[in-house]
Write a protein that binds this ligand. Structure first.
Ligand code: PGA
Length: 246
């Protein structure tokens, strides 16, 4: 079966002097090229989401996180319901920076996954090992994937394999290592969801740029990329999008 390919921008909490310029460039590029076989999704900080998602109808937008409840006294948080109500169709859940700094547990992540699914958001669920966990990578991936509820609409699920040591470091695993990790993830998903797992796209993330994107996106078991730093630059990000179509 043919799975959807994605190139997803994760702007994190970076300050972009002119977010409209970057998005405008990406939007125009997509309208011009049209040949892109991948879905392009932008995940800017919450403060830009409402204006950007209203203005650029040919692009998809997502939140970088959501709370595990739809509403309530949770100062500083944004819910899946709120994301959906401003026109977002995607949400990133379980990014390693949140697992690390916000100490998000498997239990909390499972609640977020459920609430995001209930709100019909497409979920980009991030998993990946730390450098000191390389030898036990498969065990770590299995544990992180265990946060996924067994009954789940897999049509709304995307996995992003992001080795923590590759994020923002300029280092990436070899093509073979990425392929092996993706095969492992696919096997775990197959066991969990049986036939329903075939439509789950598995993306790679961690230091993807315009120089390595062709190689990475050309890997058989890689269905796209989650891009951090390189997505803040219009030209760089457009080149990555283009390399997904080759
Ligand atoms: P990076 O970040 O591309 O800057 O390494 C990727 C991510 O954290 O999603």
């Amino acid at each position: 079966m043919k799975r959807n390919k994605y190139v997803i921008a994760n702007w994190k909490m970076n300050i972009t002097k002119s977010p409209h310029k970057v998005i405008d460039g990406v939007s125009k590029h997509l309208l011009k090229t049209k040949k892109n076989s991948c879905k392009v999704v932008l995940c800017p900080p919450f403060t830009h989401l409402a204006t950007l998602s209203t203005k650029y109808k040919n692009l998809d937008f997502g939140g970088q996180d959501c709370h595990q409840h739809n509403e309530g006294a949770f100062t500083g948080s944004v819910s899946a319901y709120m994301l959906k109500s401003i026109g977002c169709n995607y949400v990133i859940i379980g990014h390693s920076e949140r697992r690390n700094y916000q100490k998000e547990s498997n239990h909390e992540l499972r609640m977020k996954l459920i609430v995001a699914e209930e709100n019909k958001l497409k979920i980009v669920f991030c998993i990946g090992e730390k450098l000191n966990q390389l030898k036990i990578r498969d065990k770590i991936l299995k544990k992180q994937l265990s946060a996924l509820p067994s009954s789940f609409n897999t049509k709304n699920l995307i996995i992003a394999y992001e080795p923590v040591w590759a994020i923002g470091s300029g280092k990436t695993p070899s093509v073979d290592e990425i392929d092996r990790a993706h095969i492992k993830i696919r096997n775990i998903l197959n066991q969990k969801y049986k036939r329903k797992s075939t439509n789950i796209s598995i993306l790679y993330g961690g230091s993807v740029n315009s120089k390595n994107s062709s190689n990475i996106l050309g890997i058989k078991n890689v269905d796209g990329a989650l891009v951090g730093g390189a997505s803040l630059d219009k030209k760089e990000f457009c080149k990555i999008i283009d390399s997904s179509s080759r």
